[in-house]
Design a protein around this ligand. Structure first.
Ligand SMILES: CC(C)(COP(=O)(O)OP(=O)(O)OC[C@H]1O[C@@H](n2cnc3c(N)ncnc32)[C@H](O)[C@@H]1OP(=O)(O)O)[C@@H](O)C(=O)NCCC(=O)NCCS
Length: 187
């Protein structure tokens, strides 16, 4: 896979400062570097990006309660999302899913969080911001892909860019997903 990731269960919920320190430490560990060799910043929309030994890298982070996750790639944009499975109003799916998506799975709480984490991770991967619209990203569960149907030209990505998602093993009661863009999909 073109990315490395970490998942940590913390004793307590971390402050933004503590989270940033943890991100640097964990990314450095993943890349076999010292913390001083890793620099992490955020763009105006809050999207993280960074440098490892001054070389650009793609980053994404997520936290839910005391679970913290992150991923890094030196070759392609990535997005990660971790969510605690909790009671939800399944009607929300009508707001975030396309008709085609709604026919692919039984609509229950477990699948709600599969859909939600994949879409959040895909939104982070594009970095277009959360106003971009969840319905512009269509999941194909069988192919394990997410099709970004419009708006990605802004990023110099091809229209109808295909992203791949991977559902990773998560602490009990959580869902964890990484989404990445295949390199060939860049313009
Ligand atoms: C703001 C938002 C990132 C919060 O999401 P969340 O699930 O509560 O939080 P997460 O912990 O998973 O993600 C937070 C991380 O996302 C990253 N992030 C923030 N803005 C980002 C952006 N524009 N692009 C990519 N990553 C971004 C940051 O690394 C942030 O970490 P930080 O809090 O340490 O700075 C965003 O997901 C949101 O507003 N969601 C609203 C819910 C929604 O409509 N979701 C659509 C589901 S289909």
């Amino acid at each position: 896979m073109p990315y490395k990731y970490f998942v940590r269960i913390q004793d307590q919920i971390l402050s933004p400062n503590e989270l940033n320190q943890l991100y640097v430490k964990e990314v450095a560990t993943l890349l076999n570097l010292s913390s001083g060799e890793v620099r992490i910043e955020k763009d105006a929309d809050g999207m993280p990006f960074g440098f490892a030994q001054e070389k650009k890298m793609f980053l994404s982070f997520s936290h839910s309660d005391n679970i913290v996750a992150g991923c890094v790639s030196q070759s392609c944009p990535v997005g990660i999302d971790v969510q605690k499975i909790r009671p939800v109003d399944l009607k929300v799916l009508n707001k975030i899913c396309t008709k085609n998506e709604l026919t692919q799975l039984d609509l229950n709480t477990e699948n709600f969080f599969r859909i939600w984490t994949i879409k959040e991770a895909a939104l982070k991967c594009t970095g277009l911001g959360f106003q971009y619209g969840a319905k512009k990203l269509e999941i194909n569960f069988e192919a394990q892909t997410v099709l970004a149907t419009e708006g990605v030209e802004k990023l110099n990505w091809k229209k109808n860019t295909l992203l791949r998602f991977e559902e990773l093993s998560a602490p009990q009661g959580y869902k964890l997903v990484v989404v990445f863009r295949l390199s060939a999909q860049a313009d």
